[in-house]
Design a protein around this ligand. Structure first.
Ligand code: A2P
Length: 322
């Protein structure tokens, strides 16, 4: 039987800092007291990496949990790796947006600040005066939400300056295809290579080419939706179940172990205390099992992305001009 252990694996960023290979994903976490409690439990269980974002609406609770963990003597700030992200309607004001995130978090700095998506929207309010974060394709005025005079190269010109101010230790991107990451890295205005590209990555979307390119350039890949997002559909995958059973470990832990073994950070998310605790556990697996999982998508109809079709601009994943 394969032994599971709490992951202590770290990877090195191009800044020289280390990043824990397993981070707590907080998208769709609950809000308020319950959320703070969940994040505190995660830190107590051994998580040293928490991934939040402006758009998740829980930076405040993440910060409260961190401060509580520090005040209880469980961790020091420097033991934790905290990520937050720049939302689409703030691309023209990255510096201010980072300051606002830090204010909500109640922290002096984050360890990583990511450009959440490679496109820019306009800031608008709805009929109740609330900011619109995600314009939906079904809306007749969907197109008018996009900031056509801006692009992710211009965004990066601002974001790459942020490290100097000390409010983030590293900067990176999220949801960039190989082509966009390459265009960004090769652009004459790029002085700082992104430390990270956080993308959807799982057994149906192993992102082999992206992972190879990123490795070559020293960019760490982070995997979100490792279980296939809502309802964790990949836990039902036959091959994963077979390999998990052979090694005597749960399917979720098999999946996280496979991702970490590929040199990729994994960000499982769960609102359930027992699963948060168990999701930190990984095992060393035979290479042939790892390879079988990596090859699965290619041998079963090609890569498959889950669930952004109702709102991301057409052509985003096909590298159309944005
Ligand atoms: P829950 O919050 O009830 O634990 P992903 O990370 O791919 O986005 O998947 C998230 C989904 O997977 C959530 O619905 C979460 O539900 C569920 N999940 C997380 N960890 C586990 C686990 N170890 N076993 C089963 N389901 C899990």
């Amino acid at each position: 039987m394969t032994q599971l252990h709490n992951s202590t694996t770290v990877f090195k960023l191009n800044t020289g800092a280390t990043i824990p290979a397993i981070g707590l994903g907080t998208w769709r976490a609950s809000k308020g007291d319950e959320a703070r409690q969940v994040f505190l439990t995660a830190i107590k269980a051994g998580y040293r990496h928490i991934d939040t974002a402006h758009v998740y609406g829980n930076e405040k609770e993440v910060g409260e949990a961190i401060r509580e963990a520090i005040s209880q003597g469980i961790v020091k700030r420097e033991d934790l790796f905290v990520t937050t992200k720049l939302w689409n309607f703030n691309h023209r004001r990255a510096k201010e947006a980072l300051n606002e995130s830090l204010e909500r978090l109640g922290l002096d700095y984050v360890d990583l600040y990511l450009v959440h998506w490679p496109f820019t929207t306009l800031k608008r309010t709805d009929s109740e005066g609330k900011e619109v974060y995600l314009p939906l394709k079904a809306w007749p005025d969907y197109d008018s939400y996009f900031d056509k005079d801006w692009d992710y190269i211009k965004t990066w010109q601002q974001v790459q300056e942020l490290v100097k101010e000390g409010k983030t230790k590293a900067v990176g991107v999220s949801n960039y295809t190989v082509k966009r990451l390459k265009k960004l890295i090769e652009h004459p205005s790029t002085k700082v290579i992104p430390s990270v590209n956080q993308v959807q990555l799982h057994q149906l979307l192993p992102e082999i080419e992206l992972v190879d390119y990123a490795k070559e350039k020293g960019v760490v890949i982070e995997a979100y939706s490792p279980l296939g997002s809502n309802g964790a559909p990949l836990l039902k995958n036959e091959l994963a179940q077979k390999i998990a059973e052979k090694n005597g470990i749960p399917v979720a832990n098999l999946i996280f172990s496979w991702i970490v073994a590929r040199g990729i950070v994994v960000l499982p998310k769960s609102a359930t205390e027992s699963r948060i605790i168990s999701n930190l556990k990984i095992a060393d697996l035979p290479q042939q099992d790892l390879d079988a999982l990596t090859k699965y998508a290619q041998e079963h109809g090609g890569p498959q992305r889950i669930g952004t079709s109702t709102w991301v601009p057409d052509g985003l994943w096909e590298d159309s001009d944005l």
